[in-house]
Design a protein around this ligand. Structure first.
Ligand code: PEP
Length: 252
């Protein structure tokens, strides 16, 4: 089964508009491929300018945002709905990032609603799972991630689930410079695929795109990408540097 390869850059709450546009202009000049799919994920406020620019230069680079609200519209000051994202022709939305879970108290139950809202608008959720260090130290990572999958995603029908991209991001590897070893990443990706096969089917599991995230850089990407169940990366810090992000994309 040939799966899409994806390299997605989560800018988080970084870069002013000019800096973000400069970064995306550099990427668009250098990156003209469709494989791997390259996705940039700016802050909400800048996402439409980035999307309009990329369309105007006919770039294959796609755009995502970092969150969405679970309701379609209404009195939710400061929030952005999946239908608003859709109306900007932005295809991807990151959901369940560990920073949203940790700092904004997003639970699996809430995320289950957000995933449904995103899919209902035809968006592609990049759904993050991953264990904290204490859980890894106690060898509880498989149970932890299995629980996140069950509560956050397994309410979806097989047809809905097939649209979801999963990102395995061990929390101890995010922004720390400590990457999971290629073997640790492969073991968890194979485990996630196995859980999907049990819940849905072998065919759905084989079609699911599973990205690795956590201190991916140009210098370590290739060793991760040669693992059979690693279909690309969700990149934080290194996606703010055009050369490093391009190097990651060219490592697939
Ligand atoms: C992330 O926050 O999704 C991430 C993977 O960050 P970093 O690459 O900086 O570890």
């Amino acid at each position: 089964m040939k799966r899409d390869k994806i390299v997605a850059g989560n800018w988080k709450m970084n870069l002013g508009l000019d800096e973000g546009m400069e970064l995306v202009e550099k990427l668009a000049k250098a990156y003209t491929h469709h494989e791997p799919r390259m996705v940039v994920i700016p802050p909400f406020l800048h996402a439409l300018a980035v999307q309009n620019y990329l369309q105007s230069v006919h770039s294959p680079i796609e755009v995502g945002v970092q969150n969405c609200h679970q309701e379609t519209k209404g009195a939710f000051t400061g929030e952005i709905s999946a239908s608003m994202i859709r109306s900007c022709r932005i295809p991807f939305v990151v959901l369940g990032h560990s920073e949203r879970r940790q700092y904004f108290a997003e639970t699996d139950a809430l995320l289950a609603q957000k995933v449904k809202a995103a899919l209902g608008q035809g968006l592609i959720p990049i759904y993050c799972v991953g264990e904290p260090l204490t859980v890894r130290e106690g060898s509880g990572q498989n149970d932890f991630v299995a629980h996140q999958l069950e509560k956050g995603l397994f309410h979806l029908s097989p047809e809905q689930f097939k649209e979801v991209v999963i990102a395995y991001e061990p929390i101890w590897a995010i922004g720390t410079g400590v990457t999971a070893s290629p073997e640790q990443a492969q073991d968890m990706h194979a485990f996630i695929r196995h859980r999907i096969a049990i819940h849905y089917s072998e065919a759905v599991a084989a079609a699911t795109r599973i990205l690795y995230g956590g201190s991916v850089k140009g210098s370590n990407a290739r060793d991760l990408f040669v693992q059979p169940d690693v279909d690309g990366a969700l990149v934080g810090g290194a996606s703010l540097d055009a050369d490093d992000f391009l190097r990651i994309a060219s490592s697939i």
